[in-house]
Design a protein around this ligand. Structure first.
Ligand code: URA
Length: 225
């Protein structure tokens, strides 16, 4: 035990010699932020607490932090992967071409965009639209968890495999999710294609239509109970 303790102490001394107080200051700042954002009582308050986040490298390259948009009391939360270039410029999720398609998909199942809440797994744009890396997801996902806790939706729609695997912390295929009704912290959740994938492969639109029709039926059923 004392050998382990000595090793840890030596490692801390080495780190201090290399980084000075910077490392400790970063850990303290992160811990403080972690504590305080968990106390947020509203989405606005949460946004103010986290919008200057630099917990991962995406914070260095973003133009705008993309918190989320829509009804803070929405019955449906839609979760995408992460901001693209347009979203990074405007600070609003799903405003580019994929966003327009998402708006149309929602309309097709009788949800207005401002009636639901739309957000992403990561709040800052991954450079070149690459997938967010595991440590970026793990830094950012507590913010999404808090958003869901505050909104208390009846249902969640995940668009795309990255969103689904990040939310459920799994490594499944999209085929394993689609058509199934899952639960995230007691909230009924379904997964369909990402709208950007539908733009690249329009023949997947039929499958998406089946998924979202099922989503709408389940939503109506939950509402009538
Ligand atoms: N793709 C996403 O996953 N999210 C956005 O906000 C835009 C494009």
């Amino acid at each position: 035990m004392s050998e382990l303790k000595n090793k840890i102490i030596q490692a801390l001394i080495d780190q201090k010699n290399i980084f000075g107080d910077e490392l400790l200051e970063n850990i303290t700042r992160k811990t403080k932020m972690e504590k305080s954002f968990q106390d947020a009582k509203s989405l606005d308050e949460l946004n103010k607490m986290i919008c200057n986040c630099t917990n991962c490298v995406l914070g260095d390259t973003r133009t705008k932090f993309v918190f989320g948009t829509g009804n803070p009391e929405a019955e449906v939360v839609v979760i995408g992967e992460g901001p693209g270039s347009e979203e990074d410029q405007q600070g609003v999720p799903f405003v580019g071409r994929a966003g327009q398609l998402l708006t149309d998909i929602l309309k097709a199942i009788k949800f207005e965009r401002d009636e639901v809440y739309i957000c992403n797994i990561v709040k800052c744009r991954p450079p070149g639209n690459r997938n967010p890396l595991p440590d970026e997801v793990s830094e950012c996902i507590p913010y999404l968890h808090k958003q869901i806790e505050l909104i208390k939706p009846k249902m969640i729609l995940c668009v795309g495999l990255v969103a689904a695997n990040s939310l459920f912390n799994k490594k499944e295929s999209l085929a394993n999710y689609r058509g199934n009704v899952l639960e995230f912290r007691g909230i009924k959740t379904m997964v369909t294609y990402h709208p950007a994938a539908l733009l690249r492969n329009p023949n997947w639109k039929r499958g998406c239509w089946e998924d979202v029709k099922k989503f709408r039926s389940l939503f109506d059923e939950l509402k009538s109970n």
